[in-house]
Design a protein around this ligand. Sequence first.
Ligand code: ADP
Ligand code: MG
Length: 207
Amino acid sequence: MSIKKLSEEEAFRVVGNFVKIPKQKFCESEEEVKNFASSLGFPVVLKAVGSKIVHKTEIGAVKIAYSSEELNNAIKKLFSIEGCEKILVQEFVKGIETILGVKKDETFGHIVLFGLGGIYTEIFKDVSLRVCPVTSEDAKEMLHELKAGKIFEGFRGIKVNKDEIINAIVGASKLAVEKNIVEMDINPLICNANGCFAVDVRIFLQE
Ligand code: ADP
Ligand code: MG
C-alpha cells in the first residue's frame, strides 16, 4: 500500500462535497490570471501552486492584491517561484479562520480535529478531537469545548453559520472513513454568516 498526495485541484474537488469553495480558478498564464481576477474584483488572493510547493506563506507564495499594479507584480513574483506550475486565483473571504482536519491513527482509526485556524492553531492550540464517525451532536460538543467556543455563538456581533460548521465536521468525518484518507487538512476553513469556505486544502490517500 502506498500513500498518495492529491493535487490541490483534486483536493478541492473532494472537500467540495461537504464545504463551500471560494470562487477560484487555477490559471496557467498571466492573461488568464488577469481576466479571472478582474471578474472577481479587488482584493483578490493569488497563490503559486505546484506539486513541490507545500508551505506557501513561508516562501512568499501567497499574495493579496488590492490594485492592478499589485496584481501585475504578484503575477511576476509567483510565476518566478521555483516549482510554480499554476497560479490559483481566489476571491478574498472574510471571516473566522478555523482548521478542520482528519488523521488516520494506528490505534484509534480516523480522528477528526476542529479548532482555531491559521497562525492561531499553533499559538493557542485550541482544538477539539473525536474518533470518527461523529454525529451532529458530537460536532456541537466539539465547538462548545473550545476555549474560543463563544466566537461561534455570535460573540460581539461576529456572525458565523454554526450549522454549516457542524455539517462540515460531520462531512469530513464521513468522507475520511469512506475514502480511506490518511490525512486531510483544511487550514484555513474561513467561517462567516454565509457558510464555511475551504481556502487551503491538503489530502493524502492510501492506495
Ligand atoms: P499556506 O498554508 O500554504 O501558507 P494558505 O493558502 O493557507 O497558504 O494561505 C495563507 C494565509 O493567507 C491563510 O492562513 C489566510 O490567513 C490567508 N488566505 C489565504 N487564502 C485566503 C482567501 N481566499 N481569503 C482570505 N484570506 C486568505
Ligand atoms: Mg494554509
